[in-house]
Write a protein that binds this ligand. Structure first.
Ligand code: OFO
Length: 170
């Protein structure tokens, strides 16, 4: 049987991953609308990845005999000032998720739920990669500045990045 505190915190994480998925999807829509088709592809793929993170948590709770919940979601933001603003928000969101994963890990240790803390190692590693990926994108955007040529090349790079990403497996 699952520890109820761990189960409730995992359910909060399910909600957060699903929210992240919709937020990145909304960012992709904004990019499509504003002439950044490559960045849109990248963000749509990222939205799928977050969905995969959500489903992985659901499977885990089910395997442990707990109850995974599908709760209501906050309305995602739909407008950003610029492409730089979009990706600054991606990084800020990932940093917030890292904080949640750390908190979840702490709950597991306090409750002596070592199985779940072991399961969370995957998410901890994933956050390292997601944050560093978001920082790399911001560096590229800073280099591109406001030059149309720079932004054009940035967006082409993002299309290549999206194509290179393996399709998420659940
Ligand atoms: Fe981008 O984070 Fe999920 O876990």
């Amino acid at each position: 049987m699952m520890n109820t505190n761990v189960e409730a915190t995992l359910n909060k994480q399910i909600n957060a991953e699903e929210h992240a998925s919709r937020l990145y999807f909304a960012m992709g829509v904004w990019c499509d609308r504003n002439g950044f088709a490559g960045s849109a592809k990248y963000l749509y793929a990222h939205a799928e990845e977050e969905r995969m993170h959500m489903i992985k948590l659901v499977h885990y709770i089910n395997e442990r005999g707990g109850t995974a919940l599908t709760e209501s979601l906050p309305k995602p933001q739909n407008n950003w000032d610029s492409i730089l603003d979009v990706f600054k928000n991606v990084l800020a969101h990932e940093e917030m998720v890292t904080g949640m994963i750390n908190n979840l890990y702490e709950v597991c240790l306090n409750e002596k739920d070592y199985l779940t803390s072991n399961f969370l190692q995957w998410y901890i590693q994933e956050q390292v990669e997601e944050e560093s990926g978001a920082r790399e994108i911001l560096d590229k955007l800073t280099l591109a500045g406001n030059s149309p040529g720079g932004l054009f090349h940035f967006d082409k790079d993002m299309a290549a990045l999206a194509a290179a990403q393996a399709s998420p497996s659940i």
